[in-house]
Design a protein around this ligand. Structure first.
Ligand SMILES: Cc1ncc(COP(=O)(O)O)c(C=O)c1O
Length: 410
């Protein structure tokens, strides 16, 4: 049985001419973080021979040709001065979310941002004080820990419950944390690393608790567009007026269209007072001017990228099927969790982790495959590894085969 749900209408769309997700590209020439196996020049590097890089969350595919062509035109223009967005920019964002996610934010609610994480940092600094509690749901994208602690706020860890190879909310614990004086809940929707799209019932339950205790919500929706399971992406602020009033919805086309190196993001803030305050804080940090290429890429992506995205979604679903089938037959002790969204697969390797004393390092040393260590994602991540399947299938297969061989010879 296939893991991905190919009855999802967005997966069943027609092909775009000329798109070849199987093609392998050399990314090292342009400073790729993923292929350098090092996040930045100040971070430790994962050392290994001939490493296959299946870790950090960007893809090894070319962006849609419409984007490449427009950026090429802009590059050829040769003048890369200060850039502003015009009203059409916001209409394009609004139209994308209306068409793809049944959410039509008011145009005036939309603020521009350089990227998601700087926006999260600015929201935390603007609406909380040092020492204030911020709820996150671990295991989760680890920069959440850094942005909270690095800005002098206190992490309140609401651990997800692992039940039958799926994550469920612990609402009792969430309520205890909210009641303890938490100021903001940092929601990851869909959730990274597990790719879980939260349901209406789950979001409504979280919202009700936040409402009772006066907790604001930052929702990071960066992984919302690649929908694999047929489960819709529900934007937190679309569930009710009070949810919209308390939330900051952070969106970007960067994961969807592989634009992380030329980021551009949008934050929707329905509450006018908070929106004005956030804009003032962003202006004070000189964050509002557009990046010349980032602005353009966002507009072209959202206006023309849908057919490419549908084709990408089909390809990713095929890669996930490969992982599931291969794991069942050749990776004893490793169980993939089926994501609802995006191109990341969370692998439960706890038994193996104990046996080899560190599964991530084991695969680096013995298979030449670099995956993300689940420990990075905080409590509950121990013994898991995150596999990025946003790559040509032959490369993914090579990685899986190397992993299987390492297990056989261990
Ligand atoms: C959940 C999540 N949020 C934010 C980001 C990074 O966003 P940005 O590069 O726009 O700061 C990532 C990147 O992996 C992510 O997975």
């Amino acid at each position: 049985m296939a893991c991905a749900d190919t009855s999802n209408p967005s997966i069943a769309a027609a092909s775009v001419a000329g798109v070849d997700f199987d093609e392998i590209h050399d990314r090292q020439q342009f400073g790729s973080v993923k292929w350098a196996n090092q996040w930045d020049e100040f971070s430790p590097r994962v050392e290994g021979e001939d490493l296959l890089s299946l870790w950090t969350a960007d893809m090894d595919f070319r962006a849609p040709e419409t984007i490449v062509a427009r950026l090429r035109e802009a590059a050829d223009h040769g003048i890369y001065g200060y850039t502003r967005r015009d009203p059409r920019h916001y209409e394009i964002v609004q139209s994308w979310f209306a068409r793809r996610h049944n959410w039509s934010p008011k145009l005036e609610s939309l603020l521009p941002a350089p990227a998601i994480m700087p926006s999260v940092a600015t929201i935390l600094r603007t609406f909380t004080k040092p020492g204030d509690g911020i709820i996150v749901q671990a295991p989760v994208y680890s920069p959440y820990f850094e942005v909270v602690q690095g800005n002098g706020r206190v992490l309140l860890m609401n651990r997800l419950k692992l039940e039958d190879n799926k994550y469920e909310l612990d609402l009792d614990d969430f309520e205890t944390l909210a009641a303890s004086g938490a100021k903001i809940f940092l929601l990851c929707n869909p959730h990274n690393p597990a790719g879980k799209a939260w349901t209406l019932e789950e979001l409504a339950a979280l919202n009700a608790i936040c409402e009772r205790h006066g907790v604001l919500v930052i929702s990071d929706d960066i992984h919302c567009d690649i929908r694999l399971s047929g489960r819709p992406h529900i934007v937190f602020s679309s569930i009710s007026e009070d949810a919209a009033e308390k939330s900051f919805i952070c969106t970007a086309p960067t994961k969807t269209f592989n634009l992380a190196g030329i980021p551009s993001a949008t934050i929707s803030v329905a509450n006018k007072k908070r929106r004005d305050k956030l804009l003032a804080a962003m202006q004070a940090s000189f964050m509002v001017n557009a990046n010349f290429f980032g602005r353009l890429a966002l507009e072209v992506a959202y206006s023309t990228g849908a057919p490419w995205l549908d084709q990408l979604t089909r390809y990713i679903a095929g890669n996930i099927d490969l992982v599931c089938e291969f794991a069942r037959e050749h990776l004893p002790g490793i169980t993939p969790m089926m994501p609802d969204a995006s191109f990341l697969v969370w692998l439960d390797a706890r038994a193996l982790d104990r046996r080899v004393e560190g599964v991530q390092q084991f695969f680096v040393n013995r298979a030449g495959v670099n995956l993300y260590d689940g420990r990075v994602y905080g409590p509950g991540g121990e013994g898991f590894i995150r596999l990025n399947v946003g790559c040509p299938r032959s490369l993914l297969r090579r990685g899986l085969e190397r992993m299987a061989n390492a297990l056989v010879s261990s």
